[in-house]
Design a protein around this ligand. Sequence first.
Ligand code: PRP
Ligand code: GLN
Ligand code: MG
Length: 504
Amino acid sequence: MCGIVGHVSAGPVNQQVYDSLLLVQHRGQDSTGIATADGRTLHQSKKSGQVREAYRTRDMRELLGNIGLGHVRYATKGHATNLDEAQPFYVNAPYGIVLVHNGNLTNTRELTQQMRERDFRHLNSSSDTELLLNVLASSLQDNVGNRHLDADAIFEAVTKVHSRIRGAYGVIALIAGHGLLAFRDPLGIRPLVLGRRQVTEEIAEAARTYRETHGLSDELPEQEWVVASESLVLEAGGYEVVREIAPGEAVFIDEAGRMQSQQCATDTSLVPCAFEYVYLARPDSVMNGISVYEARLRMGEKLAQTVRKHVPDDDFDVVMPIPDSARPAALQVAHTLGKEYREGFYKNRYVGRTFIMPGQEVRQKSVRQKLNAMRSEFEGKKVLIIDDSIVRGTTSKQIVEMAYEAGAVKVAFASAAPPVRYPHVYGINMPNAEELVAHNRSVEDVRKILGCDHLVYLGVEDMAEAIMADTDWDGLEMSCFTGEYVTGDVTEEYLEFVAGDQES
Ligand SMILES: O=P(O)(O)OC[C@H]1O[C@H](OP(=O)(O)OP(=O)(O)O)[C@H](O)[C@@H]1O
Ligand SMILES: NC(=O)CC[C@H](N)C(=O)O
Ligand SMILES: [Mg+2]
């Protein structure tokens, strides 16, 4: 669930990309990268870790140009710590392209073979993004010599890309000397939103000086454009939301800031990833027309009804979230059940999100570094603890222990998502069913493992209703809860391959 951003600006773009990346930091902490185009010259900087620590002033100074893109990575294919697999990826032909990708391809084995035997392209990593970029480059290459590279030729190439790749993908690419391209998978599993802002006199003034000194045309674009994983990037940067990029659609913005778009896939529907609403996205984003915060409140409301059915009312005095992601749901559980909402776990704000850290050992250690139980909130109390989801059980098991250690007399635990029982293959790193605490286990089995007095999960239908509300989506991608994979190409054999292939 990496975070991606792309900008076409009137003046220098480097700071804008940096600022936008900071806003999607919660989507990936392994590595980060920025690329910019200064006319036909591409500049790139890739670093390990988080945005704020990654870039030095000298790195930023070298990122020249008015078009740029950026990435924060949470690895779902290949190695998290290998900087060679950090994004963006670059190919020099045709034109010079850099590309960032959020999601995961499900036909990487076929594509790798095709690259070797049909496209004659060299791959230097085990990243699916490098494959994706090479499929795009091959498709653009087909046009070389036929005609000038215009938006139609680019859309034709994206149509070919859709026909060759499978899986989930939000993509932003920069084509040197041409512009910024963005497209989304035909099922809209991964999010991508388009925004713009008028070039005000203030922006224009700074831009004019920059353009003069960098050999850019003195004709200023009327508006600046942004493409990003989440709408909060637009809001914070003062951009208006134009719209979500539609499933299968491609958008191309040329160097002069002219935007064109086209539907490039034949069979499209809107089936967004449920996990974005459960955990990944920031609550202040709106995705596919649904506010993440409101979806979490609705999940909380339905969870409260489930708790009411399964946990005797006098078995808990207070409702408590596990910060941060469970807060909206817990708030609503407390409100609906008429119980007191308390925050007994204090969070160390300097530790990142544990679930997206690579490796179980570091995740395990980070929970206690991150959360501390305040004795005064637990001593002699019966608590209902709410988390947004229980995946490996890393967080919940330690939390239950901490609650008892801090003096709780009863601990009930409720998850605002259903049991996660199946691998996720569309951009969340849970490739191996064996490590999921609820895989092949009943709720009672999981309760015993966590060691709490009661355990309650939100039902699948309740989750779907809470997220989709009254939208006209075609469905919800919730394979990790149901084992049903919407792209239709995920077989038992493939799941076995992924379990052995990917580090988790
Ligand atoms: O069952 P597990 O494998 O432990 O995974 C689930 C937990 O991980 C996430 O928290 P995280 O610390 O990543 O982020 P948050 O601060 O946004 O809640 C999520 O919110 C759950 O608390
Ligand atoms: N989480 C993601 O979107 C990951 C993108 C890509 N599959 C990678 O591993 O780099
Ligand atoms: Mg959490």
